[in-house]
Design a protein around this ligand. Structure first.
Ligand code: URA
Length: 198
């Protein structure tokens, strides 16, 4: 069995934390397993738990729109979450739940081996960039950690709740696109020249 299949098989029966008890599905992750860009959210919501896929509810629809703005789609990136099982009533995942899930995510990151990791929201940014990360102040900044570039932008759910944040998220996306152009070799390969009016 190859490394991806053994990771998926091991992870499928995970009962390392309390979130396993009520899950309908374990939401492993989706996308291009060789992506240069990986997006990491917080944890599955109701639709994700039902369908077994990340970002398929309302926040996912907005995420697809955000990706399209910089000529990306789910075939070009890999998408995962800090925790693979839905926290009850969509509460924030707790520290011990993220810790229990962390080695699955780390193995996933190692296999994808992305050049750029985009944290979607405060929870992922605190977990992966800096426990003291302040999303309102530090979104859009880039950080070098263990040979990869990390950045964070607002979580799509936050943009649904507060559309006034969207222009800032749009600037973050532009910076991410620039970073991809500078550091990645095949993400935009199949794109035609010209990226619209961004
Ligand atoms: N919010 C997240 O953080 N992740 C999902 O997969 C869906 C909603």
């Amino acid at each position: 069995m190859d490394a991806w299949n053994s990771l998926k098989t091991e992870c499928a029966g995970c009962d390392r934390c309390r979130l396993a008890v009520d899950r309908h599905s374990l939401v492993f992750g989706v996308g291009n397993e060789h992506a240069e860009v990986m997006l990491i959210g917080e944890g599955p919501g109701e639709q994700e738990d039902l369908q077994g896929l990340p970002f398929v509810g309302p926040a996912g629809q907005l995420l697809d729109t955000m990706l399209a703005l910089i000529d990306l789609d789910r075939t070009k990136v890999y998408i995962a979450n800090m925790v693979k099982c839905r926290p009850p009533r969509n509460r924030d995942p707790q520290a011990d739940e993220m810790e229990a899930c962390r080695s699955w995510l780390e193995r996933q990151i190692a296999l994808v081996d992305p050049k750029i990791i985009v944290c979607l929201g405060r929870i992922a940014a605190k977990g992966l960039i800096d426990p003291e990360f302040r999303i309102t102040r530090q979104h859009g900044e880039f950080f070098d950690i263990a040979g990869r570039r990390f950045t964070a932008t607002y979580h799509p759910s936050a943009l649904l709740r507060d559309p006034a944040k969207r222009p800032e998220a749009f600037m973050d996306l532009r910076a991410i696109r620039q970073e991809i152009r500078e550091r990645c070799t095949h993400t935009y390969d199949t794109q035609r020249s010209g990226y619209g009016a961004l």
